[in-house]
Design a protein around this ligand. Sequence first.
Ligand SMILES: *[C@@H]1O[C@H](CO)[C@@H](O)[C@H](O)[C@H]1NC(C)=O
Ligand SMILES: *[C@@H]1O[C@H](CO)[C@@H](O)[C@H](O)[C@H]1NC(C)=O
Ligand SMILES: *[C@@H]1O[C@H](CO)[C@@H](O)[C@H](O)[C@H]1NC(C)=O
Ligand SMILES: *[C@@H]1O[C@H](CO)[C@@H](O)[C@H](O)[C@H]1NC(C)=O
Ligand SMILES: *[C@@H]1O[C@H](CO)[C@@H](O)[C@H](O)[C@H]1NC(C)=O
Length: 647
Amino acid sequence: MGATFWNLAVLMILVAVSICLKPATSDPQINLLNQGCSQYNATNTRNFFNNLNATFADLRNQLSQQNKLFATAQQSRSSDPVYAMVQCRDYVSSADCVACFNAAVAQIRNCSAANGARVIYDGCFLRYESNNFYDQSTLPGNVQICSNRTASQATIFGAEAQALLKDLQLATPRINGYFAASKRQVSPDVSVYGVAQCAETISESGCEDCLTVGYGNIQGCLPNADGRAIDAGCFLRYSQTSFFPDNQTTNITPFLGGGKSSKKKAIIGGVVGGAGLLMVMVALALYLWYRLHRKPKAAQKGNILGATELQGPVTYNFNVLKTATNNFSEESKLGEGGFGEVYKGALKNGTIVAVKKLNITSGRAKANFESEAKLISNVHHRNLIRLLGCASKGPELLLVHEYMANGSLDRYLYGDKKGYLNWKQRFDIIFGTARGLAYLHDQYHVSIIHRDIKPSNILLDDDFQPKICDFGLARLMPEDRSHLSTKFAGTLGYTAPEYAIHGHLSEKVDTYSFGVVVLEIISGRRSSDMTIEPVSEYLLEQAWKLYENDMHLKLVDATLDPNDYRTEDMKKILEIALICTQSQPSDRPTMSEVVVMLSSERSSEQQRPIRTAVIGSERRFRNISESTETTSSTSNATASFTDFTGR
Ligand SMILES: *[C@@H]1O[C@H](CO)[C@@H](O)[C@H](O)[C@H]1NC(C)=O
Ligand SMILES: *[C@@H]1O[C@H](CO)[C@@H](O)[C@H](O)[C@H]1NC(C)=O
Ligand SMILES: *[C@@H]1O[C@H](CO)[C@@H](O)[C@H](O)[C@H]1NC(C)=O
Ligand SMILES: *[C@@H]1O[C@H](CO)[C@@H](O)[C@H](O)[C@H]1NC(C)=O
Ligand SMILES: *[C@@H]1O[C@H](CO)[C@@H](O)[C@H](O)[C@H]1NC(C)=O
């Protein structure tokens, strides 16, 4: 009996093994097509890798537990956020998808400290970045990958493959899940197989754009036997060899005709007819050409090849800048910031620029200078000052910025132009500053924490729109010591307590400073000035006290015309400023959330600012615990009393 049992067991194992090893059904298709690392390293690699590992675990879980073939995962609530995405081709089995993902994870670890990377296999695609890239469709770096193999019956194969790819390009954006696989018979013994796929997180038009570019690229491979087109948001592949099971094909016919665009064409054709048709065709051709050539330029944020390959800044000759600033003369000096003196300069072509002389001495910072300058010079946002170029070869490190004739905000709040700005201008400055910071934190491909937001770092253009300056420079400072040096890290009065005391750095440090600046903009007062009457207090302390007594409108600058603003709006913005300055970083909103709050109507759901754990409220906290104690001892007393009488 024992022997029969073992025979049976061995037989079952053999059957199981033979099922698992069946070659045609199991292939994760780990053929590496493309990989790349971003050029920038995460600010805090330990945090970053913790987050990265957590997102990978999350992705693996979604693939293996929920049998998903597409997943995103993120750890975004920290200063080193990670956004990750994995996508398997839909014809791959769930187990193969996990296998392909595991291979990609091992491969992507080669990127060491980089804050972005991607690996593209035939079977799957894995990417992570420090910013949210889920909506990216087509990016510079999109490319075709062709095999050298010549196809049999090349001419007819090429024509049939092109027709198939065109149909896939048209149909896939309209198919739920953005995936299509199709096969066509070229001749009795030759077929063409093709797939098209978009990331599920992009829009239908994003998918269309990406596949239009991909279709343009992959045609370069025809009539060879195999070709692929890769891009950030989509994938196209064709081959003479079967690379997916026949029973995995999609019926794409229903998605080919009757779409929006072809309907429109039919109507136009019917109306104009004849000679008009030619013009329409020309117009369409021009339109397609425009779409093909415009798209890659429109999205220069990240580059799928080398995740974040950036353009370098313009290099200026040191002596040219020396001449432009009159030998860095006192007369051309505009001011002095945390990182050095700033001079006004006139270039030969008449352009007026601001030249910053960096007082950086550390060798490491000097070594990083060029990569940081490259990083900063690629930041393009209307509320962030443009870096035009730099000079790194001379005796000093120089940065060349656009020049803002109206100078900085401090001048208009409590300098020689005090009382000049009306409410609309002040609101625009608040809103623009929030948008600039939200861009630096969440939308640029490297999360940049400013660390020193204050009115003298907010410049005003000719229309009094704000432009934040000095961002990115704090990254040149040694990580662990920057907060200790008042010169670089924030200025007293604007600096979040956790950063000033413990050096804990996160985007919320900027949220805090932003809140203080908003209070200054509304009150026209310096945060570090004390009031004398009725009691001596700093601006922030006073704002909280007035708010707690629902008297915060008292804070508003007396030079503002009360007819210029609605008191409800003013209250809302004051409360947003206070929410930003809450002592717990986790209680403060992100700057993207602040932008949403500022642009929406005040609603009853709006969060209420709550003051916690600051010196003033400690007493209140103790009162509460005292009263709890009192209650419990009272009930104890009651209980024993009952006990006593019961006896
Ligand atoms: C990023 O880190 C790697 C290794 O940790 C180093 O080789 C590389 O030079 C760093 N890159 C930059 C731009 O700092
Ligand atoms: C992340 O995972 C990799 C691979 O398992 C491991 O080598 C590394 O130590 C982990 N890093 C952190 C910060 O947990
Ligand atoms: C990346 O890492 C994998 C796995 O450790 C290794 O096999 C591969 O050769 C590495 N590739 C490069 C380009 O370093
Ligand atoms: C294509 O063929 C050429 C010459 O035979 C060879 O050098 C090249 O590496 C091949 N490319 C690929 C992708 O196989
Ligand atoms: C496709 O065919 C394979 C065998 O060739 C089979 O194992 C699989 O279950 C089929 N899949 C579907 C969706 O019918």
